[in-house]
Design a protein around this ligand. Sequence first.
Ligand SMILES: [Zn+2]
Ligand SMILES: [Zn+2]
Length: 487
Amino acid sequence: MPELIEWPCDFPRCDLLVLQDWAICEYCFEVRCSEHDTDEHHECNSLDSREARKQKKQDSKRSYLAGLLERLQEHATVIIDQASKLHHGLSCNLIIPENTDQLLESGLLAGFNVHFKLNFQDGTKWLLRIRQDQGHRIPLEIRHSNIASEVATLNTLNAGGLPVPAAFLPPSLEQELPFDYFFYEFLEGETWHIPKHPFYSVTLPDEKLVQLVEGYAQIQVKLSQMTIPVNKIGCLRHNSSQELSVGPIIARGCFQKPQSPYLLGPFDTMKDRYLAHIDAALRYIALGAICSWDPVDAYLWHLELRELVSSNGMMAQPLKEVFIKHDDEKGDHIMWNEKGEVVGVLDWEWAYVTSKGEAFSSPYIFYDMQDYIRGSNELTKEEHMLMGCYERQNRPDLVDCVKNGRLYQRLTRIGQYDSAYGKEGFREPFRPIPISDFDPPSSDTDWRVYMMKRYNGEEALQKVMAKYGWSVERAEKEAQEYNKEKK
Ligand SMILES: [Zn+2]
Ligand SMILES: [Zn+2]
C-alpha cells in the first residue's frame, strides 16, 4: 500500500493531485485523477478479466524492474565504492542480474524490497536492499526516516543478540541516487511460505505449525529480554551524536499526514498514539481518501473508537519501558536452517517501539479468522499454543500479553473500516467502559442513528454526512425498514 500522500496525476499535462489509498494503480503503476480515471484515459478500467489484470500487473512490474536494473548498472561504481568504505576498504563485487528474468528467478525480490548480492574479497557477503517504489518515489523526508529507522532497528536488535543482520547506512545525502537503499549482512537460511486464508488458520501440517509457534515464541522471548534505553512510542533512530532515540512513526496507511512533514509522533502514551492515529483516519475519511465505500459509517465508527481509547485509563499511563514490535509478522519473516532452527528474522521496515502489552500481543496470523471478524475475542488454538510456549519458559508476563492482546489487535483496524467486523468485538476488550451514557445498540442501522445523534454537534461529521447525502432522518428511515424486515 503506497503512502497516503498527494500524488500528481500521471496523465500527460495534468497536474492534479490525488489523495486516495491505491492512488497508484496496482496494475499499471500510474496515478489517475478522477477526471482521467476513465476507460478512455486509463486502460486498466477496460481490463475485463482477472487474467488480463494479472498480466498487466506483471508487465508493469517487469518494466519497473528493468528500469531499476538499468539505474543500478549506471550507479554500480558508487554503490561498490560506498560498500567498500563501509567494510574496511575491502573491494567487492555487486552481482547485478543481466535481465528481469534473471532477477525474478534470483529469489531476491521480497515484498516491498529487492535485493542484490555483494561479495567482498574477505568472503563477507552483504545484500544491497532497495525499496521498490513502483516508479513513484516517496518524499525525501519520509524515505530518509524510513531507511534510517530500519537500519537503527536492525543494529539495535543485532547488538541485543537477535538473529538479525547488522545494517549499514550509505552516505547518500551527498550523492543521492535514484533509488532508496541500504546494506546489510547476508544471512543463510530459508523462509517458509505461510498460506493464510483470511477466514481460517494458517494451513500448515500440525508439526510445522508447532515449529512455527515455537520459533516465533523464541524470538519474542529474546525481544522481551532486550532493554531499549528510550521510553516513547515511535520508530527507532540514531540522533546526530549516534545515540539511540525515538523518532516519528513511519507507517503504511493512514497513520500520517497527507502533506509535509507527513510523519506523526513520537508519543508519550498509548492513548496519545492511538488518538493521533484515529484522528488521522478521521481526517482522511473526511477528505475521501480512505473508506470511500462506506465513509459515513467509517467516520462514526472511528468516533466510537475515539471514545473507547479516550476513556481508557491504562492507555493513559506513561511508559516505563518499551519493546520493539515487528510490524509485518506474516510468518515468512522468520528464516530457518535445515534442522528447523530459527536463524534469522527479516523485514524490520516499519518496526516500532511500544508498550509491552502491544509488543507481545499475538500476530494476526494466529488470530485473524472468521470468528474474530464476527466479533469473537476467544483465544485461538494458535494463541493457546503460544501461551503454552511462554508457560514452559516460565514467562507468565508474556502469557498475559497474549491473553489481553485483543485491545491492540482490534485497534490495528484503524483506517480500515469494514462492517463485516462485528462492532461488539472492538468494545469488549475496553470493558468496563467508564462512560455513563455509552450504550450503543447492537444492530448497525440502529447504531448509525445512535452515533449520528450522539455527535450531532461535530462539524466535520456533518460535512461528511452532507457530502454523501446522509441525514439523521435518512438513517432513522433505514433503521425502521431494516427492523421491520427483521420482524
Ligand atoms: Zn492502471
Ligand atoms: Zn489527471
